[in-house]
Design a protein around this ligand. Structure first.
Ligand code: NAD
Length: 480
């Protein structure tokens, strides 16, 4: 299988249907080896201007296309992505280091976004509002116009499709600034958009650095909405820039999501899911289950069982499809090592491997820290690595208090065999999604997704995203 990526290939931006080379380029690094993978256009304010202009030109015509025709185009795009699934997956695996099987799953979900919004867009319409006799009032969802999208590197393909599918489904045109660490699949998918018959200019991709192309997009008066996925710090920066133009923003930020295991939980079912929730994508998932809140009565059994699972995890380059690939970059490895060094002795893992065959890559093993102090940095801050913090509790109130104690509120899971406990505990958790006896990191196209507190605001996925990319016009008619 070949993904056609090599250093002789330059990855260009795609503006108004044309590939555009910037005057400068940057190297895209393979995290499994630390070696250059491709050379990418370093776009900036000029390319952002051009892309917004192309989107402005394209949007009125695309917004006027019938819902049925837009749905057909999105369906066509979904099947093109499905047709290129293996190629996209290998490209993503090399670009991010994620295990190949996980990249295949991501490619499937990427296509599914267009299929889902093709299905739902025709069922998304306004209401007639009952009011006084002789008055007719109705609402219509109206596209926002041109929407800007800044994406993160951890699930580049999925996040791109998650954010642009609902936006174009309801008739917007988009300008995307992908994360510079993993730019490859965005351009490929933008080309498939054209192949699906969606007009040039509806989807534009400008590659470049956050402080250059990203900042130019966030501050641009020509966008009507900004969807941002990334860190709290940059989310706050881009929303300030957007505020100067009164541009609406939705923020999908970080998390420190807990698996809360009650005394009556089925531990055998819970443990593999808990392990996967923080090992998948090397823990670089906004909704990773990075905290295990475990009832004291199950603590020893749970830690022993998880230690067995974590200890057996295979590590290697993403395309070789291990359980655990590398972290995305040297910077990210340094960050994870920094947390591990200050967290004391690990129960499992805790130090980068020394194996010769992994040299050069940004590898960090599946790691457990047990009996973590609930007030420590490890209990509160997002590590973004395969690192589990285990915190025992003895009462329901304590479990809820610790679960809600971080500044984040993205997702949570409650493990119990009692439906009453599930409702009682789940209903007190400050998080945008609460799972019971399962954990949903990364999946669930149909489920509205977004944070409480500093995990952000606005909702992507599900029907909610269609509302997020429209504005409501209400027409009130006085009849004779
Ligand atoms: P980041 O904030 O550094 O970068 C995200 C994006 O912002 C990139 O495209 C980057 O180029 C751009 N950017 C950086 N500086 C910018 C600036 N000054 N102006 C405009 N754009 C700028 O985030 P990261 O470290 O790449 O990603 C990891 C973070 O993203 C984690 O906190 C993770 O939890 C979060 N995340 C959240 C979700 C979600 O859906 N909630 C999904 C994935 C990742």
């Amino acid at each position: 299988m070949t993904d056609g990526v090599d250093m002789t290939m330059r990855v260009h931006s795609l503006i108004g249907g044309d590939e555009v080379a910037a005057s400068d380029t940057f190297e895209d690094i393979d995290p499994s080896t630390g070696q250059p993978l491709a050379s990418v256009a370093r776009g900036g304010a000029v390319e952002i201007d051009q892309a917004i202009e192309a989107a402005r030109q394209a949007q009125p015509r695309w917004g006027a296309v019938s819902a049925a025709d837009r749905a057909n185009a999105l369906r066509g795009l979904a099947s093109l992505i499905e047709g290129d699934r293996d190629q996209l997956a290998l490209m993503e695996s090399r670009d991010t280091g994620k295990p190949l099987a996980q990249a295949v799953a991501d490619a499937k979900v990427a296509g599914r976004y267009f299929e889902y919004y093709a299905n739902t867009l025709e069922a998304f319409f306004g209401r007639v509002i009952p009011t006084a006799p002789g008055v007719m009032a109705y609402t219509e969802p109206v596209p926002l116009g041109v929407t800007g999208h800044i994406t993160a590197w951890n699930y580049p393909m999925q996040i791109l499709c998650r954010t642009i599918a609902p936006a174009i489904a309801v008739g917007n045109a988009v300008v995307v600034k992908p994360a510079e660490e993993a730019p490859l699949t965005s351009t490929h998918i933008a080309k498939l958009v054209l192949e699906a018959g969606i007009p040039a200019g509806v989807v534009n991709v400008v590659h470049g650095f956050g402080e250059e192309a990203g900042a130019a997009l966030a501050a641009h008066p020509g966008i009507d909405h900004l969807s941002f996925t990334g860190s709290v710090e940059v989310g706050s920066t881009v929303s300030k820039a957007a505020a100067d133009n009164v541009t609406a923003v939705s923020l999908e930020l970080g998390g420190k999501s807990p698996n809360i295991v009650m005394a009556d939980a089925d531990l055998d079912k819970a443990m593999p899911v808990i392990a996967k929730s923080v090992i998948q994508n090397a823990g670089q998932t906004c909704s990773a289950g990075s905290r295990l809140l475990i009832h004291q009565s199950l603590h020893d059994q749970a830690v022993a069982g998880l230690a067995d699972i974590f200890g057996a995890v295979s590590m290697g380059p993403g395309p070789s499809d291990p359980d655990l690939g590398p972290l995305i970059s040297a910077t990210q490895l340094e960050r994870v090592v920094g947390y591990a060094e200050t967290a004391g002795a690990a129960a499992v893992g805790g130090k980068p491997p020394t194996d010769a065959e992994l040299a050069g890559g940004y590898f960090f093993p599946a790691t457990i820290f047990d009996d973590v102090d609930p007030d420590s940095r490890l209990a509160h801050e997002e590590v973004f690595g395969p690192v589990l913090a285990v915190i025992p509790f003895t009462s329901d109130d304590q479990a809820v208090e610790v679960a809600n104690a971080t500044e984040y509120g993205l997702i949570a899971a409650v493990w119990t065999q009692d439906l009453n406990t599930a409702h009682r505990i789940g209903g007190q958790i400050q998080a945008g999604q609460v799972y019971v006896n399962t954990f949903g990191a990364g999946g669930g196209v149909e489920f509205p997704f977004g944070g409480f507190k500093k995990s952000g605001y606005g909702r992507e996925k599900g029907f909610e995203a269609l509302a997020g990319f429209t504005q409501t016009r209400t027409t009130i008619i006085k009849l004779d």
